[in-house]
Design a binder for this molecule. Structure first.
Ligand code: MG
Length: 191
C-alpha cells in the first residue's frame, strides 16, 4: 500500500532560521508546528518527511556532523511533543563547490522527494510540500506534489521569483497552522 506524505522544508518552516544553524542549542521550533505535525500524522495518517538543503557544508561553514547533530536535536524536540518525523533527507552539496552529479539532490530538484517516495512507499499524487522559499515550491511542483509557500519577510521576493518562472504555489499560508489546515481540507476533498 502506498502512503500519503507531507514533505517539510526544515529551516524557516519547522524551526526559526537565523541562517546556517550549526549548534543544536540554537534550534527553536516555530509556533504551531508540533500541533500541526501531530494532527497531520495522527488524524490523517500522513508520513512526515523533512527535505532540506544544507549547502553550509559545501561552503565549509559546517560539517556533516553539525547537520546530523542539529537534525537529531530537531527529532528530539519534535518527539517531546509527540510529533514524530518519519524521515529526514538533506542535501549538503552546492553546484559552485561540488559536481553536478553530487548537487543533483539540491532543491529545487525533486531528487530528495523521489528518494523518500521510493524509500517509504509514498504516492506523490497524494502528497504535499511546505516551505518558505521559491526553491521549496519548485521542488514540490517538480516532484508532482501540491506545494504550499509559508508567508515570511521574504515571501514577496520568493513569489516574484516563482512568477518569473511561470510557477506558483498551490496555496500561500500565513503560518504552519494554516498550511496544515489547507492540506487537511484539500486532502479530504480528494478522498
Ligand atoms: Mg527554508
Amino acid at each position: 500500500m502506498l502512503h500519503h506524505a507531507v514533505f517539510l522544508d526544515r529551516d524557516g518552516t519547522i524551526n526559526f532560521d537565523p541562517g546556517y544553524i550549526k549548534n543544536p542549542d540554537e534550534l527553536k521550533i516555530l509556533p504551531g508546528v508540533i500541533e500541526g505535525i501531530r494532527k497531520l500524522k495522527e488524524q490523517f495518517g500522513f508520513k512526515i518527511v523533512v527535505i532540506s538543503n544544507q549547502a553550509g557544508v559545501a561552503k565549509g561553514l559546517m560539517t556533516i556532523e553539525d547537520v546530523e547533530a542539529v537534525n537529531s536535536r530537531l527529532i528530539d524536540l519534535l518527539n517531546d511533543g509527540n510529533a514524530v518525523l518519519d524521515a529526514v533527507y538533506y542535501c549538503p552539496f552546492h553546484p559552485e563547490f561540488n559536481t553536478p552529479e553530487e548537487s543533483r539532490c539540491r532543491k529545487p530538484s525533486p531528487e530528495m522527494i523521489y528518494k523518500a517516495a521510493r524509500d517509504l512507499s509514498i504516492d506523490t499524487n497524494l502528497s504535499y510540500m511546505v516551505g518558505d522559499r521559491a526553491s521549496d515550491v519548485e521542488c514540490g511542483l517538480n516532484a508532482g506534489v501540491k506545494s504550499i509557500l509559508l508567508m515570511s519577510e521574504i515571501a514577496e521576493q520568493e513569489l516574484s521569483s516563482l512568477h518569473e518562472k511561470n510557477k506558483k504555489p498551490n496555496f500561500v499560508a500565513a503560518n504552519f497552522f494554516e498550511a496544515s489546515e489547507f492540506i487537511i481540507k484539500d486532502f479530504g476533498g480528494n478522498n
